[in-house]
Write a protein that binds this ligand. Sequence first.
Ligand SMILES: [Mg+2]
Length: 367
Amino acid sequence: MKITRLETFGTPDLAFVRATTETGAQGWGQVSTYLADITTEVFHRQIAPHALGTDATDFADTLDLIQEREHKFPGSYLRRAMAGLDTALWDLNGKLQGKPVVELLGGTPGKLRAYASSMKRDITPADEAARFRRLRDEQGFTAFKWRVGRECGRDQDEWPGRTPEVVQTVSRALGDGIDKLVDANSCYSAPRAIELGHLLQDNGIGHFEEPCPYWDYDATARVRAALALDVTGGEQDCEYSSWQLMLDRRSVDILQPDVMYMGGIHRTLHVARMAAAAGLPVTPHAANLGLVTICTMHLLKALPNAGKYLEFSIEGADYYPWQQGLFRNDPYRIEDGHAIITAEPGWGVEIDPDWLARAAYRVSELA
Ligand SMILES: [Mg+2]
């Protein structure tokens, strides 16, 4: 079943992809967020020309072939664009078979435990603790992640003293029986990360994400070797060779691929299998409520080596104005701290026609 048309509907922050076949079958996907207008250009110049005319129902090798045809362009943008093709075709195949993607992947729809993920560093420890308590009490979340250090911060704090204070204040506010995670977003040198790691352990925190610059696999490995808690990472990595290096160096306890940065579900599954072979779980990165978290829900519920929970962003319009009004149904309902994967075919989402009507449109078609 040949792919005959690939359309994009986008803003500078996010772009959806619609794939259409010769039979009129359609599926919706998304390229990765941020500078999505550049990624859309890559999609139409370097992805679509190779994908048009190929089989929409059997496309794993098409993704590899695209990489081979575009082998002078390794790295992020090609993968971000490739994710649009991959995720649209998973949706299309789900709709063809009348099944949710989770079933195509060998899992079943239903509830998936989520952790409430804060993206903010400009928030005071008291305010962070207050909103976490509210989310715990009102939505039943049983796991939370918050931010320490400064992003790629060279050992600096967001402001002096914030990190020790936010660690202790939020941990105390959440109390026992709640899983506690923190993310340093590449802030620390290994010695400083180890020092902070002991404070984290003393405060019952079990997950220390991206303690060191993420490209420094040896520094991260030193932190992992020195601490008992889980050292985690990988959200930016999109080439298999990077993951292999991370595994060879024993840098992390948990791998965190991002479905969209990786280039879609097929390539993320490959990383999940690499993790499984090393005996490690996968807790994917999913930091906004565009399509990435939906795709991650379907993937995670089907993975044999899935981590304990789904990353679920708690930020709203003040932080992510561009994620408002994307979907007509409410795919991100939380019940008792769980996200819900419905039995609707494909991704089970309906993109808002008003949003699409306002978006920049472009099409590549089979001649
Ligand atoms: Mg992170």
